[in-house]
Design a protein around this ligand. Sequence first.
Ligand code: G6Q
Length: 523
Amino acid sequence: MHMFSQYHATEKLKKLAQHPIDLTQPGSLTPERIQKFSSAACGFKFLYATERVTEHVMQSLTDLARESNALNQMKQMQDGEVVNFIHNFPSENRPALHTATRDFFENQNPSEKAKEAAHLCLNEINKLKAFMKTIESENRFTDLIMIGIGGSDLGPRAHFIALQHLKKPNVNIHFISNIDPDETALVLRSVNLKKTLVVIVSKTGTTLETLTNEAIVRNRLEQEKLDPAKHIVTISMPGSPLDNPEKYLERFYIWDWIGGRFSTTAMVGGVLLSFALGFDVYWEFLRGANCMDKATLNMDVKQNLPLLGALIGIWNRNFLHYPTLAIIPYSQALTRYPAHIQQLDMESHGKRIDIYGNTVNYETGPVIWGEPGTNAQHSFFQLLHQGTDVVPVEFIGFTESQTGEDFKFEGTTSQEKLLANLFAQNLALALGQKNDNPNKVFPGNRPSHILLAKQLTPFTLGCLLSYFEHKIAFQGFIWNINSFDQEGVQLGKVTANKIIARLANKSSEPYPLGDALLANLEF
Ligand code: G6Q
């Protein structure tokens, strides 16, 4: 049963994709079209006239959303129903209730499961507030080291960097994620451990990299005659190996219904953001995410930005068959954002079976990549304009700078120049250029759209995070795949453990292939 291939809308879209609109034709991309193909929610505008869509395509995409019950599935997710499952096979089999980590504002979800989850999350928030108050009044810590990897690193780090302009003047933040000893060594060189709070983030409390780095830092604390139990806090599931009151100063909780890559708004991001930027900043960030969570339930597809983004993504992936998607923020603050979205999307949608365990006969998640503009223009945009592969682009931009510091040079400010470049790329990719010199020909018809807001604030950053989380969830619902597990990372972990056991002389089990590779360590 391949539901996605069997929807009526899928058939229709396949036909429409045989002759997509030619944006390079005069009269195709007009000011009216730019006005028409735009939408807005939570302070964001979504401009998609430069996608290869028409009213017909949008109607069929809307039909696809309806046929696949996408909105209802989103509601079920936010209500706390089990959405992380594979039918008739062992699976994680649980809700994906990250929206409960920020459901503290207007229109709280009335479902019992969602309310209960939000209540648990609010307890942690209150615990965090009390903890911050104590350590601030004692003025104990100037530095914070975050130790975590994957979902326990990428989101918190990208969001901290995005709001770094709000960092308290006297605090310094450090990250250790890799098991590479050089990363750990360099961080340890740069801090005074006496004044350092160490935050171990591991949902499971069993991750090799994180436990190894914890051991190194713990050892260093002990060497310096400091008590680890007065310096280390943890964020993990209740009952995990990190949930030990004797070993840690404080323990914050997340639960199995918050996926690692969806945990930024939970304590995983909360402790870091509150320490570095202040609790109020974290709260505003939650408010923003909550705003987009609610907008995601809007039945009017054209006003529902995550659904709109999901549908356009599906048009580009399944009907125009583009294999990758570039996320290009015109904002230096979002420098690690593409990396976070890369995990969010690729770990969710690097899947080849549907929720019934059948191998799918259609494309699922594209390869996600990106860097901030304008830097990217001086790097890989050559391929975007003239390469043999077409790469759809999701641009992100803001009308005002974050710091308010700007400089008028030759008639325009830097922020204006930044935006002018964003708009220029958006148009140039779509329109292309004719020329007698083949080397100067730009084929055009390279689709992109823009997410535009006034300023990158804690609120808009929250909206943006929720936009991407739900865009991805909608795509999974429409493709009928489970967006919330990550079985594909297991094989590598198990294999690494076998090799580590050989290195530690712990394994008597022969492993000739591993040994053959290990033999190369001799120089
Ligand atoms: C995210 C993934 C993965 C996870 C890391 C760290 O959705 O599950 O990236 O976050 O493997 O796991 P722990 O938080 O359990 O250490």
